[in-house]
Design a protein around this ligand. Structure first.
Ligand SMILES: [Zn+2]
Length: 198
């Protein structure tokens, strides 16, 4: 069988992407080779993104600086929305129509998968609430058993610190076991607006 090692390497790398199987990887590889301008554009965008995008030291969302633009914005409502992943911040910023602050915990509690409060960004939530004068913490975590467990943990942690803050969580519209990013904007917006005390 005739093989070109560079092509094989690219295919092997592409297969690591979500939703890309062997066949798709092969198609993309040949497409890129016959469209070198597009290939360069993707290659440059990828290199620059990897070099320039980092995680905000405060909220742990995507940022181009140590502290992101959202955290630096002092005019926002004193509401802290806790989410699982950095991409949830992008989605909520887009659909919410409100200016809140965010806190990305980087997963949900799952000791089996080595996700403990120490491996996630949970223990820095009380100090954010205290230092930034947060009046409400909105839990926008996935509607799964792990998401619920994580929510209870955060609630207890805030109570232990005796912080006078309202705790709510998103309610309707989010089917059990699904992921925030799979929700359409309107459903998610309603789930946030109809949030309940937790
Ligand atoms: Zn930030």
């Amino acid at each position: 069988m005739y093989r070109v090692s560079y092509l094989e390497r690219l295919k092997k790398a592409l297969v690591k992407l979500p939703s890309i199987g062997e066949k798709s990887a092969e198609r993309i590889t040949y497409f890129l080779l016959s469209n070198k301008e597009i290939a360069s554009e993707i290659s440059n965008a990828l290199t620059e993104t990897i070099e320039n995008v980092r995680f905000c030291k405060k909220c742990h969302g995507f940022s181009e600086q140590d502290i992101c633009e959202i955290c630096q914005d002092t005019t926002r409502e004193k509401v802290l929305c806790v989410v699982e992943k950095p991409e949830d911040v992008m989605l909520l910023e887009e659909v919410l129509g409100k200016k809140w602050y965010y806190h990305v915990i980087g997963g949900v509690l799952s000791p089996m998968n080595n996700k403990t409060p120490e491996t996630l960004y949970i223990n820095d939530i009380p100090s954010r609430v205290k230092n930034d004068g947060i009046k409400e913490v909105v839990l926008a975590l996935p509607p799964t058993v792990e998401g619920d467990t994580t929510g209870y943990y955060i609630r207890n942690l805030l109570k232990e610190h005796k912080l006078n803050v309202k705790i709510t969580r998103i309610s309707h519209g989010i089917p059990r076991g699904s992921d925030l990013s799979f929700q359409d904007g309107q459903t998610l917006k309603e789930a946030l607006e109809e949030r309940k005390e937790f």
